[in-house]
Design a protein around this ligand. Sequence first.
Ligand SMILES: [Zn+2]
Ligand SMILES: [Zn+2]
Length: 314
Amino acid sequence: MLQNSMDSLSEAIDYYINGKKHTDERCYKFCIFMLYHSTELILKLILYREHKVLIFENIEDYKESDDIKTIGFATALKRVKKICKVDFGRYYNYLEDIANIRNKFQHYEINIEVDALIKVIISTFSTIEYLIYNALDTHFDDFGDLISREQIEELHSDQETYSNRKKDIVAEIKLKSYQKVTFEYSLDKHIPIPCPKCAETFLVFNDSSIKCLYCGEKYNSIDDLYSKDKNCIISNYMERELSRREIMFDELRECLNCSYRTLILDNNIWKCAACGTECCDDELRHYAYLKGKEDWEADIADMMEDPHYSHLWK
Ligand SMILES: [Zn+2]
Ligand SMILES: [Zn+2]
């Protein structure tokens, strides 16, 4: 089911991109058929995971025959909401919209404005991402060859899809009262910490872990976030954000641990926004002393190896 759903999604993305490239309305129409199919299968998969009989129209007939009728889109949507208790928020309307527009096409109503088509398409892309990350609790990387990361990135590089997805996430954070993951640089003043995987600032606390609402990645803790910042997304972002606010700090120092200029003094504690290190004044001084000593010893060692200074050691 997931394979077919991702095949359709992959085709939908291609149709959408081509529709834009060649301003070809037919592409949007095919895109809508593909998206409808993809979402229907995702809804069925959510039901199937809850219990396999839920995808059949007459649950009581199950087992009697192999070819009993499975449910359609509308019933699947209702069952996912009522039985699986998926909290759809605004995505419920989006799903109704794609079903309506697809039914219109099915009945040969073809006079639909391109803008209206695009609106339904980008809302459905957003809904699919929401369902994959939240209701199915997985992400696209787990699907291997079913859908490529390049395709998802291509979709996100489309300005309309990207800003619509972000708007939906902001609404989701508000609706579910999620607490965002931030660096507090002074009382009640926060800078959101970006996701080390996708660089978006949509990390929220969820149960006992941290989740990225944009790419679906999960982290155990803030330490875990920092430890996964291999591409220096957090460090670079924090250095830039703090330097923009430099006037607010008595001192903005270079961190002895990560070397970024992201160390600030907050309530007698030195905190680094780039690597998460915290230390008190004494520790910092001691650390600075050791570091200075280390650097000094390294300089001496370098000098001793440098033939230019060889006369000094004789
Ligand atoms: Zn992310
Ligand atoms: Zn640091």
